[in-house]
Design a binder for this molecule. Structure first.
Ligand SMILES: [Zn+2]
Length: 62
């Protein structure tokens, strides 16, 4: 299983609705919408925590 970096859902690599490559790493998405959002601003989704806004509503779901 991979984690969709946009919505943090678990995505099966075999059934992922969309994939994207960024800096040599492959990412899997639950939907084309998530891929588009990621493609527009990958850094936003790969950087967790840190600078302000993203904080509260994206909690780590373990
Ligand atoms: Zn998603």
């Amino acid at each position: 299983m991979a984690i969709d970096p946009v919505c943090k859902m678990e995505v099966d690599e075999k059934t992922a609705a969309a994939t994207s490559e960024y800096e040599g790493k492959k990412y899997y998405f639950c939907s084309v919408g998530c891929k588009k959002a990621f493609d527009q601003n990958p850094e936003k989704y790969l950087r967790r925590g840190g600078e302000g806004e993203a904080g509260a509503d994206i909690a780590d779901v373990a």
